[in-house]
Structure formats: structure tokens, C-alpha cells
Design a protein around this ligand. Structure first.
Ligand code: SF4
Length: 380
């Protein structure tokens, strides 16, 4: 039997070398004034937590999870719309993470418990197949996710799905929210680690206007431990040199131009629109809405009468104490929330950040946040 081969992107010796480089590059900072960098991707936070990277980072580097969980930033009124359609008797399908996200007063899970027909799908293609199997009844796909997921929704709509298939879009677009975070006086972010999968579609060039406007460097990073550490090292190097530019630290997947075909499909179907991101702010051009050419597929337009009668915004129990917005803006950590791990757990979430597997509170609850792990050398 062949010897097991060490994974190229999980090599401990290279990881140690990158951590030493990070310590060197941030040595001029202090624990009280660490270099603060933000990633905007739930998959990055999952990898950081799963591989214990935060505990191994030097105390002179602070890694903040920004608004990179699409479920967490789906605003309560968007959930209310899906609940209203389900309550009206329409079949509503969505990703599993969306089920328990609180609306103003109820979640889709609550609607399901009251008898509404809410279904979980693993992808938009499954929703289309379910609609095709029951041509006599309207089928609404409550679509969430960033540009990576929105491309899949766009591709389906361009392929002429069955006439009873509709989309309620809660899709979001990441670059505009980086502008908002950069302008928040409290955040103090000195560099962004951008998500490699989103940049594979948009291309790394999409971040150049942001860098020019704000003078903050952006590094595009992959999702293996060495990808992430190399991304942080590149950010630390840029910060130390006082250089603001885009660096592609994920060249095996990302090009400057990105995937042109996917971009064409995305922008043929969707247009950017301003909208509230839960707990953060109104983000100009941060929401992706269906263009007028796809009005016949747009659940907001097709069922406008139902949505007009939707329940007025209420308030989920203790929602006013939820600090999701501060966490997503990098102002607070999950453990700063008084409800964390007590009244708010994955089994009984108060806020959206505790629901999704990409939510900061859920990930910290699962993996223990930033534990101080003692690193020992392996025995010879
Ligand atoms: S622990 Fe719960 S209530 Fe607190 S910020 Fe996180 S999701 Fe909101």
C-alpha cells in the first residue's frame, strides 16, 4: 500500500514558516494595537476555526470575520416576504440554513410548523425539478447567497425553467459592503482577505477601484490552511510597506478578469439594488434583484398582492439584544454578546449569526472561538 502523502496545502512545516513570517511582519505592532485584517467569507472563518489557525496567530495580528455569511445578512423583511408567501399557501423552497433565520416575528421553520409548505433544497436545480414535477402549482425558490450562488440562479433562469417556477431573490453582492465597512469609523480594518471562490467569478480586478478609493490592500485567498496563512502574510507585508494594492494569493483559481461567461449570465439576470443588510447598514448596490426582463419569474412582482398584505414588522424575542451587526462589522466578537452560549445557541438561535454553519456565532460556538491552544512539537 502506498505511503500517505501529506496534503500540499496543509504541510505543517510550511504553516510554521508562514506563522513565523507573520510574527516578524507584525513585530512592530503590539497586542494592544494589533494589525487588524478582515475576511468576508464564512468558508474562511470555518477553515480558520476548524484548523485552529486563530490560536496559532501572533497576538500582534487580529483577524476579524466581516459580513461574509449570506444567511446572516439576509434582512428580517426578506425573511418576512418568504414567510408571507408560505403562509399564503405557496410552496416555498430554500437552503436548509435559511429555515431558522428569524424574520421580524417568525421564521420559515415557524411557518412550516403551522402547516405551510416549506421545503429544503440543496441547490436551485433541485427546486426547478420539484417545480417541474408539479406543473399546476406555483413554486417559489427563496434564493440567498453571494455572487457565487447567484450565478447558479441566473443560469437556471436563462435556461427557461417551468412556468410555475419563481425566484424570491435575497442574493447579495460583496464588493459594495466592503466600501461600507471601510467607511465605518469604528472598524479600523487595515486589509481585507477576499474570498477566492467569489473572485474566481468576478476576477481580482473587481477590487482595484475599492483599493484606489480607500487605500486599503486586498488579498484574494483560497481556503486551505496554507492559502489562508499566505493571504494574511501578504496582507501583513503590504501593510508594513504601506502599499495599497490587490494581490492574488489564489492564482490556481483566480485571474484578473475572472469567469467572463459567468459574469455575463449574472448581470443578464440580476441588477444591483440598494438594500439593508441585517444589522449592518443599507448597502448601495449590495442586493441582487431580478431585472425587468425576468419580471415574470420574480416572486416579488408576481405575488405583490400577497406581499402587500404581509405581517407588519414585529420583533423576535430578545432580538434587540443581538449583536450580530457589530460582529459582522468587526466591532465585536461573538463572545462579547451577553446571549452567546446561554439564551442563544445553535439549537435555540436568537440572531441569524447563530443559525448558519457560516455564521460567526455558530462557528465560535462549535469550535470554541479563539482558544489559546498550546502548540507542541511532534515527538521525533
Ligand atoms: S450570540 Fe446570538 S444573539 Fe448574540 S450576537 Fe450572536 S446570534 Fe446574536
Amino acid at each position: 500500500m502506498a505511503e500517505p502523502v501529506a496534503l500540499q496545502f496543509r504541510d505543517p512545516a510550511r504553516a510554521r514558516a508562514l506563522l513565523e513570517a507573520l510574527a516578524r511582519l507584525t513585530a512592530h505592532r503590539s497586542e494592544g494595537d494589533p494589525l487588524a485584517v478582515m475576511h468576508v467569507c464564512g468558508s474562511h472563518e470555518q477553515a480558520i476555526a476548524r484548523f485552529g489557525l486563530r490560536a496559532a496567530l501572533p497576538p500582534t495580528l487580529r483577524v476579524i470575520m466581516g459580513p461574509g455569511c449570506p444567511v446572516c445578512v439576509t434582512d428580517a423583511p426578506e425573511v418576512d416576504e418568504a414567510v408571507a408567501l408560505a403562509d399564503a399557501g405557496l410552496r416555498v423552497a430554500t437552503y436548509g440554513d435559511m429555515l431558522r433565520v428569524p424574520g421580524s416575528a417568525r421564521s420559515l421553520d415557524d411557518a412550516r410548523a403551522s402547516g405551510a409548505r416549506v421545503e429544503v433544497v440543496y441547490g436551485v436545480a433541485q427546486a426547478v425539478a420539484a417545480a417541474a414535477a408539479a406543473p399546476g402549482e406555483p413554486y417559489v425558490f427563496f434564493a440567498s447567497g453571494f455572487e457565487t450562488t447567484a450565478v447558479a440562479t441566473a443560469a437556471v433562469l436563462l435556461r427557461d425553467p417551468p412556468p410555475n417556477f419563481f425566484v424570491l431573490s435575497a442574493h447579495k453582492y460583496i464588493p459594495p459592503v466592503m466600501e461600507i465597512v471601510a467607511e465605518m469609523p469604528e472598524t479600523r480594518v487595515e486589509g481585507f482577505l477576499a474570498a477566492g471562490h467569489a473572485a474566481a467569478i468576478t476576477g481580482w480586478g473587481v477590487f482595484e477601484p475599492f483599493v484606489a478609493r480607500h487605500g486599503i490592500p486586498v488579498v484574494v485567498g483560497g481556503f486551505e490552511p496554507l492559502d489562508i496563512l499566505a493571504g494574511f502574510a501578504a496582507l501583513a507585508e503590504l501593510a508594513r510597506a504601506g502599499e495599497a494594492r490587490v494581490v492574488n494569493a489564489f492564482p490556481r483559481m483566480v485571474t484578473r478578469e475572472g469567469n467572463r461567461r459567468a459574469q455575463e449570465q449574472l448581470w443578464a439576470v440580476f441588477e444591483p439594488a440598494g438594500g439593508q443588510w441585517r444589522g449592518i447598514a443599507r448597502v448601495p448596490n449590495g442586493n441582487l434583484r431580478l431585472r425587468a426582463a425576468f419580471a415574470a419569474r420574480d416572486a416579488r412582482r408576481r405575488f405583490a398582492d400577497v406581499l402587500a398584505g404581509a405581517a407588519p414588522p414585529g420583533c423576535a424575542p430578545r432580538a434587540d439584544e443581538c449583536r450580530c451587526g457589530d460582529i459582522l462589522a468587526g466591532i465585536a466578537a461573538p463572545s462579547d454578546c451577553a446571549l452567546f452560549g446561554g439564551p442563544c445557541t445553535p439549537a435555540a438561535p436568537v440572531g441569524a449569526c447563530m443559525v448558519s454553519s457560516e455564521g460567526a456565532c455558530r462557528i465560535w460556538h462549535e469550535y470554541g472561538g479563539a482558544p489559546r491552544i498550546e502548540v507542541r512539537e511532534a515527538a521525533p
